[in-house]
Design a protein around this ligand. Structure first.
Ligand code: ZN
Ligand code: ZN
Length: 258
């Protein structure tokens, strides 16, 4: 695969995904410090000097923590919908200069010097949350996290992919029996919360294909999930397909083979 994917971090303490065609790097979200972003790209063997843009899914703090520093220290353009832009400027108390923005509309692909970046709406409790399908020279990768349930629209955008990074946030039983306050449990379990292992597996069932070489399970809760549980749920669906499974990590960069 020419289009490569690495997960620099994923989980409730920070999210940042990276894609490269060997020339340029696109980040999806920036929920790590700029130092950590650069360090972890280096761990993957990717040159941080090749980062050329950041696509933002939504304004929650675990996806945007680096932005204040990133705005001062880099000239990377930010791709986001206008609603997300307003929400994150409010969340950060920042006025981001207009020239830094590349405006997105859910359902409308943007051509970024040969890269096709397609944001699509996901059900989550943010201003205008999106996931991304990114295509370069016939290869397709999607990054889909922070969604309460797998809609038909999401499934449609996850078909005919080479790689899918997909949320496997929680095991429903662990969450229900765990120590989170009732309101937080209800939020996570809601239709605009986070994707359970079971819902993740249901989506994989709908979109699995011989083309899908790699699935990366992302945004795992450290309290309410175990990597083995998420992996088992996905492996059951993907058995006999040859799709390689990888579990993303909060503390370290992970890149699937191939
Ligand atoms: Zn979120
Ligand atoms: Zn999140």
């Amino acid at each position: 695969m020419r289009l490569r994917y690495g997960c620099l971090a994923s989980g409730s303490k920070g999210n940042c995904h990276a894609l490269t065609d060997g020339e340029r790097i696109l980040l999806v979200d920036a929920g790590l410090s700029l130092l950590q972003i650069r360090t972890r790209l280096g761990v993957l063997g990717w040159d941080p000097g090749r980062v050329a843009g950041v696509a933002l899914t939504h304004e929650h703090s675990d996806h945007i923590a680096a932005l204040p520093v990133l705005l001062r220290r880099t000239d990377w353009p930010l791709f986001a919908t206008p609603e997300t832009r307003v929400a994150l400027e409010g969340a950060l108390g920042l006025d981001v200069p207009t020239h830094r923005w590349r405006s997105l509309r859910p359902g409308q692909a943007v051509d970024w010097e040969g890269w096709r970046i397609l944001p699509f709406s996901i059900p989550h409790d943010a201003a205008d949350p999106v996931a991304f399908r990114i295509e370069v020279q016939g290869e397709a990768v999607a990054v889909v996290t922070d969604l309460g349930h797998p809609t038909a629209l999401v499934a449609d955008h996850c078909r005919d992919l080479d790689l899918l990074a997909l949320e496997a946030n929680h095991d429903v039983q662990m969450l229900r029996e765990g120590s989170y306050p009732p309101l937080l449990k209800a939020r996570i379990l809601s239709r605009v919360g986070h994707l359970s292992n079971a819902a993740m597996a249901e989506l994989l069932e709908r979109i699995r294909s011989p083309r899908l070489r790699s699935v990366v399970l992302a945004h795992l809760s450290e309290q309410n999930n175990l990597p083995e549980l998420a992996r088992f749920a996905a492996a059951e669906v993907l058995r006999d397909t040859g799709t390689v499974l990888t579990v993303a990590c909060q503390r370290a960069a992970v890149a699937p083979e191939g």
